[in-house]
Design a protein around this ligand. Structure first.
Ligand code: FES
Length: 164
């Protein structure tokens, strides 16, 4: 091989390496499902951990995971009224807003209080790693007042100090 051919080969090999590195970097930046914080897709739990008797708080997604009619739902913890964080009350089995007393059932339906709708949601998907990802970049408005997705009467007294 002549010197000129050898250098030409080196040039193309180098160019190929640069192209491969660029492609890898682009793919690494743009691949779906790898956002690291709120506003992206948040990796959470195995679907087996979520059922219709539990509500699991996922702080990184500012959401609660539960199972509603065999569907995994990620309910935003941000109250649609003025944005306070709702909490889940184990004794009643309902979400309660500490600010102005809105109450929501486990499916996020508005039961009482000044909230204009039920709890908003983030879409979920089970990825190739078998875990639930919560897409916090997408917010689906909660259901309008009067919606009854599930028929789960209050299990007992609420957790708020005020009656509702
Ligand atoms: S912020 Fe929740 S009821 Fe007002």
């Amino acid at each position: 091989m002549k010197r000129r051919e050898f250098l030409s080969s080196l040039w193309f090999i180098g160019l190929g390496l640069v192209a491969a590195a660029g492609a890898w970097t682009s793919w690494d930046l743009l691949r779906p499902g790898e956002a690291k914080g709120f506003g992206g897709k948040i990796r959470s739990l195995s679907p087996e951990a979520v059922n219709d008797t539990t509500v699991i708080e996922v702080p990184a997604a500012r959401s609660y995971l539960t199972d509603v009619l065999d569907e995994t739902r990620a309910l935003s913890w941000k109250c649609p009224h003025l944005g306070c964080k709702v909490s889940f009350c184990d004794s009643s089995g309902e979400f309660e807003c500490p600010c102005h007393g809105s109450v929501f059932n486990r499916a996020g339906d508005l039961l009482s209080g000044p909230s204009p709708r039920g709890l908003d949601e983030h879409p979920t998907e089970v990825a190739a790693d078998g875990l639930i990802y919560i897409d916090t970049g997408v917010v689906v408005d909660g259901p309008p007042p009067g919606t009854e997705t599930i028929d789960e009467p209050s299990k007992g007294p609420g957790c708020a100090t005020e009656s509702h």
